[in-house]
Design a protein. Structure first.
Length: 348
């Protein structure tokens, strides 16, 4: 394809994505649009360079790029594997701590599956070729979505705080029996900064502490968070406790219901939601789905914990957003691979 066409298409997609991001930064599809824009620009630039370069230079550059890409995939895979093991040693074996281990193993398997499918396809049994090809396609599909989600999350987390909040909703994330955990304390400190900035400007937003009581907790997260905020100087009458939620969506739904029942007009109200930085984009997407005008502010998280937590967020987004699209892509891929393998088997 003409590199000029690729470059123009890439820059057009980038401009459209940037405008879309500015108008409504909570759309998850914007991240994928920006990834497509970047890919088109890179492919267009590489194609233009290939047409100008000598064959020997082109072969060398192609080899270097493929080698660097393979090294990046393997390094990321080993990095996630090591991080998962370190997190499990610190936090115990749980689904969230297993996530980077599984992702790392997946990235290490992906090059092997791709090599089998591309280099030894005719020599492989049909069922193994189908498995290798399906694994490669699934890996590429998931990797593309992960890159889009990660890039969008980083951009969203760096957006400036919005002012003028009528309510600040702090999302819970578990207690150590009756004590606030370091992760939750980080969220509360971030909420206090937002609250104090609002009160310094002459506004008096409500603070909603949102979180129910788990089976291993002595009290609800909402009550523990409220106690923390009161000790930090927040008046009790400024705090609304939401004690029933069990997950992020319930946090938001129940908190909004309490605000509505308290007389707040949610169609005109402005809400600031406070959570951890790895969680901002999914929480923002949920506020958009619930039809409320909201900005999500992220609190810092310990670096060692971010890969595991972020990958869990990505898995949650895959299962809760665009499920029909994922199922349709999977069905098309499986059908195409199966048909190709059947055809290859019949003509041999």
């Amino acid at each position: 394809m003409d590199p000029a066409v690729l470059l123009v298409a890439g820059w057009a997609a980038a401009v459209f994505g940037a405008v879309r991001l500015r108008r409504e930064p909570r759309r998850l599809s914007t991240g994928f649009l920006l990834l497509v824009a970047l890919s088109l620009v890179l492919v267009g630039a590489a194609t233009a360079a290939a047409r100008l370069a000598a064959p020997a230079v082109l072969d060398t550059a192609s080899l270097v790029v493929r080698g660097l890409f393979l090294l990046a995939v393997l390094a990321t895979g080993f990095g996630l594997l090591g991080n998962g093991i370190a997190v499990m040693l610190r936090e115990g074996v749980r689904p969230i701590t297993l996530t980077p281990v599984l992702a790392g193993l997946g990235l290490l398997v992906l090059p092997v599956a791709a090599a089998l499918a591309l280099r030894r396809g005719p020599e492989l049994p049909p069922w193994l070729l189908v498995l290798a090809t399906a694994t490669t396609l699934a890996g590429v599909y998931l990797l593309a979505h992960l890159l889009a989600f990660a890039g969008h999350a980083v951009v969203y987390d760096r957006l400036p705080d919005e002012t003028g909040a009528d309510a600040i909703v702090v999302l819970g994330c578990g207690l150590n029996r009756n004590r606030v955990t370091p992760l939750l304390a980080s969220r509360l400190r971030r909420a206090l900064r937002v609250y104090r900035a609002e009160t310094a400007a002459g506004r008096g937003p409500l603070l909603v502490t949102s979180g129910g009581k788990g089976s291993d907790e002595a009290l609800s997260e909402a009550d523990a968070m409220a106690t923390y905020l009161i000790r930090a100087g927040v008046a009790d009458e400024s705090i609304v406790r939401e004690r029933e939620s069990r997950n992020t969506e319930e946090n938001l739904r129940n908190s909004l219901a309490l605000l509505r029942d308290g007389g707040m007009d949610l169609e005109s109200a402005r809400i600031t939601v406070v959570t951890s930085n790895f969680h901002v984009l999914r929480a923002a997407a949920l506020t958009r789905r619930l039809g409320v005008e909201a900005h999500v502010a992220g609190a810092r998280t310990a670096l060692y914990f971010i890969p595991a937590a972020f990958l869990r967020e990505f898995a949650a987004v895959l299962t809760t957003h665009y499920r029909r699209a994922h199922v349709a892509v999977a069905a098309i891929a499986v059908t195409a691979v199966s048909a190709s393998a059947t055809h290859a088997y019949l003509i041999t």
